[in-house]
Design a protein around this ligand. Structure first.
Ligand SMILES: NC(=O)C1=CN([C@@H]2O[C@H](COP(=O)(O)OP(=O)(O)OC[C@H]3O[C@@H](n4cnc5c(N)ncnc54)[C@H](OP(=O)(O)O)[C@@H]3O)[C@@H](O)[C@H]2O)C=CC1
Ligand SMILES: Cc1cn([C@H]2C[C@H](O)[C@@H](COP(=O)(O)OP(=O)(O)O[C@H]3O[C@@H](C)C(=O)[C@@H](O)[C@H]3O)O2)c(=O)[nH]c1=O
Length: 305
């Protein structure tokens, strides 16, 4: 690769730029001179709209497209299956076809919910998928369509995302703790929380390497280090936020997932093994507890809206 090309910032186009990962990726990417960021939210680029995709890609001609757009309301997906598949499966295919036409590699995010959660010791990228609900199935179909259409792709499966915005377990726990005296949390559902800003860091690190010639296309897992369950995670959230705020809540009760009935079935142990990412890219997992502490500092130092 010649020097001029190496010195040029890597132009990345982000879809779903107002979501959790989209927001953190935009923020982090803009502080890194290696990148030129084009951040498009749903109104600027709807991934179910082939013409809009084509117009935006030919206008910007990015080096990479990063798809952060998704329909990821797990329960709602059960009764809005058409919309869910339109975005997470067909939308991904439409985006990938446009990328293929213009020879643009695509980075895509997927989920631990492609697995059924019966495998207790952690899933590798080669383990068999068996989604339990519409959301997980739509994400798996999106992965497969991308693999068929565009060989130059990276798929990063992540789990249990949290950030300072959007609909996530951390913010919902804080909201509930402000208004309720007692909270219940499932103690037999295990996984690894992951901060959206940590995912953004990993995406940018992977992109730098493939841009510099690493032939590492394919599927990878990433999640925050250590395994926990929803009850212990909830406890950690309340302890971390308790340094800044007095909550209404007095008790946190561990319950069985059998007693927490939701529209969608969820995997019981959806731990992702991240060894492939370490061996191919040298990227290590960061402890989610540290990320949670950092997020609390950010949340409580920001002015109230
Ligand atoms: N959240 C989690 O816990 C996890 C998420 N993932 C995956 O990670 C990725 C990022 O998730 P996260 O950042 O949390 O998602 P968010 O829901 O925070 O963001 C997704 C964004 O996509 C937008 N969007 C929805 N439909 C379309 C469309 N047709 N075209 C363009 N944009 C659209 C949404 O807009 P609007 O809100 O206006 O509809 C939203 O801004 C997704 O692929 C998700 O499946 C994987 C594991 C865990
Ligand atoms: C609200 C609440 C949930 N829970 C438990 C039940 C269930 O296991 C889980 C549901 O919480 P959430 O709705 O935040 O989690 P959910 O939407 O299932 O989260 C998933 O989102 C999708 C997009 C993904 O890809 C997954 O990785 C995962 O992060 O938490 C409690 O135990 N107590 C509570 O008060």
């Amino acid at each position: 690769m010649d020097l001029e090309l190496l010195l040029k910032p890597i132009k990345i186009l982000i879809t779903g730029a107002k979501g959790q990962v989209g927001t953190d990726l935009t923020r982090l990417g803009k502080t890194d001179s290696f990148f030129e960021i084009i951040a498009l939210d749903k109104s600027a680029l709807d991934i179910t709209n082939a013409k809009q995709i084509n117009d935006q890609l030919t206008h910007y001609l990015p080096d990479y497209v990063i798809n952060c757009a998704a329909f990821d309301h797990v329960d709602e997906a059960e009764h809005k299956a058409d919309l869910c598949y339109a975005v997470n499966a067909k939308g991904v295919e439409t985006l990938a076809l446009a990328c293929a036409d213009l020879s643009i590699p695509m980075f895509h995010l997927s989920t631990d919910y492609v697995f059924d959660g019966h495998y207790a010791s952690g899933y590798t990228e080669d383990d068999e998928v068996a989604p339990l609900g519409v959301y997980g199935d739509s994400k798996w179909q999106g992965e497969e369509l991308l693999r068929q259409v565009l060989p130059k792709h990276l798929i990063l499966r992540v789990s249990w995302l949290f950030s300072g915005q959007g609909n996530n377990f951390v913010l919902r726990t804080l909201e509930a703790a402000r208004t309720q005296n007692a909270l219940e949390a499932v103690s037999d559902r295990r996984g690894c929380p992951t901060s959206a800003s940590d995912v953004a860091r990993v995406i940018l690190a992977m992109l730098k390497q493939v841009h510099n010639g690493a032939d590492a296309w394919g599927t990878y897992h990433y999640c925050g280090a250590e395994i926990t369950n929803r009850y212990d995670f909830c406890k950690e959230i309340l302890i971390a936020a308790g340094n800044y705020e007095n909550f209404e809540v007095e008790t946190l009760v561990p319950i069985s997932s059998k007693d927490y009935v939701t529209e969608a079935q969820r995997p019981n142990t959806s731990v992702l093994t991240c060894k492939k990412l370490l061996s191919v890219f040298g990227i290590r997992q960061r402890p989610w507890r540290q990320e949670l502490q950092w997020l609390m500092r950010v949340i409580y130092s920001s002015p109230k809206p």
